[in-house]
Design a protein around this ligand. Structure first.
Ligand code: G4P
Length: 286
C-alpha cells in the first residue's frame, strides 16, 4: 500500500483537524488517548505529544475484549514502567471504565492540589478524548458521560460552542473527540489498521489483505482459528493463498463449478477476525 492510497483514505481535513485540536487543547487540563489494544503501536498517532502540547495524558487500551489478555497486561506494565498511566478497557461491555476517574485523579493530583492551595474548592478539571478513527471514542464518551448537555446548550443567549459532559463531580469531558490520523507512511501499519477495520477495505486489494492476515494467523495458530476452519497442522505449511483457497472450499465458497471463491473467503476471513471469532489476538508486542 503506498502513501497515495492513504492520502485518499484520509479525509483531507488534516490541517483543519489539527487546528481544531490545537484550539481545543487550550481548554483542557488533560487528554485521554484511546488506542486499540490489538494494535497498540499502529493505532497511535505519531505526533500525539506535540499535538496535545504535552498535556498530562492517560492511555486507554480499548477493545481489550478482543485482544490477548496476557499481552494487554504486558502493555500496561510496559507503559507503567515509563510512568504512563494506561488502562485496559472494553467500552462495549463497560469493563474497566470505572478506573477512569481514579486514573484522572492520579494524573492531575498536583494540579488539583495547587488549585486547592490557591483557595479554589472543588476545581473542575476538563479532559479531551482523542484517537484515530474507529478506536471507540464515541462509544467511550457515551459510556462515561452523564448527559447534562441540554443545561448549557439549549438556553437562549448561551453561546454555542464547546459542550461539556460531566463525568464525575470533579471532571468534565469535551463532547466531541479529537480525531487523529494514523501513521500513513508505513505499509505494515496500514495492513494492521485494515485488519482491525480501522481503515476501509477498499483502499487495498481484499485478497492481498486476507493473504497477509493468513501469514500472521499461520504463525499464531490460535485454536479458535484452527477449529473454525477445521485446519490440520499440515495445512499451515501451505502458501497463504493456497490456504485461502482451502478455507473457501471448506466453507463451500465455490465459483465456476469447482474453483474456490477466494474473494468471498477473504471478506469472510476479515469479518471473522474483526469480530474476534478467530481468537483474542494482539498483533503487536510491547
Ligand atoms: P470512534 O468514535 O473512535 O470512531 O469509534 P466508535 O465509538 O464509533 O467505535 C467503532 C466501533 O468499535 C463500533 O462498532 C463500536 O461498537 C466498536 N467498539 C468500541 N469499543 C469497543 C470495545 O471495547 N470492544 C468491542 N468489541 N468493540 C468496540 P461498529 O461495528 O462500528 O458499530 P456497532 O457494532 O456498535 O453497531
Amino acid at each position: 500500500m503506498d502513501s497515495t492510497q492513504y492520502i485518499q483514505w484520509f479525509p483531507g481535513h488534516m490541517t483543519k483537524t489539527k487546528r481544531q485540536i490545537e484550539k481545543d487543547m487550550k481548554l483542557v487540563d488533560a487528554v485521554a488517548e484511546i488506542i486499540d489494544a490489538r494494535i497498540p503501536v499502529s493505532s497511535r498517532n505519531p505526533d500525539i505529544a506535540s499535538l496535545t502540547s504535552n498535556k498530562p495524558r492517560v492511555i486507554l487500551l480499548n477493545k481489550c475484549d478482543m485482544a490477548d489478555r496476557n499481552i494487554t497486561n504486558r502493555w500496561i506494565a510496559a507503559l507503567s514502567s515509563k510512568n504512563i498511566i494506561a488502562l485496559p478497557v472494553d467500552c462495549k461491555s463497560g469493563k474497566g471504565i470505572d478506573k477512569f476517574v481514579p486514573a484522572l485523579n492520579t494524573l492531575l493530583k498536583n494540579k488539583i492540589e495547587s488549585y486547592r492551595r490557591k483557595g479554589l474548592v472543588n476545581p473542575t478539571m476538563r479532559v479531551m478524548i482523542v484517537g484515530i478513527p474507529n478506536v471507540g471514542k464515541s462509544t467511550f464518551i457515551n459510556r462515561i458521560a452523564k448527559k447534562n448537555k441540554a443545561q448549557t446548550a439549549d438556553r437562549p443567549g448561551v453561546t454555542r460552542g464547546n459542550q461539556w459532559f460531566t463525568v464525575s463531580k470533579d471532571f468534565e469531558i469535551l463532547d466531541t473527540p479529537g480525531v487523529l490520523w494514523p501513521k500513513f507512511e508505513d505499509q505494515t501499519v496500514g495492513e494492521r489498521l485494515a485488519f482491525t477495520g480501522a481503515i476501509k477495505d477498499n483502499i487495498m486489494d481484499i485478497e492481498l489483505l486476507a493473504v497477509r492476515l493468513l501469514d500472521l494467523l499461520k504463525e499464531l495458530k490460535t485454536s479458535a482459528f484452527l477449529e473454525r476452519f477445521k485446519l490440520q497442522d499440515e495445512d499451515l505449511s501451505l502458501e497463504s493463498y493456497e490456504l485461502l483457497g482451502l478455507i473457501a472450499k471448506k466453507r463451500g465458497m465455490i465459483v465456476r463449478g469447482s474453483e474456490p471463491d477466494t474473494e468471498r473467503a477473504s471478506v469472510m476471513l476479515l469479518d471473522e477476525f474483526r469480530a474476534a471469532k478467530l481468537g483474542r489476538i494482539t498483533l503487536e508486542m510491547p
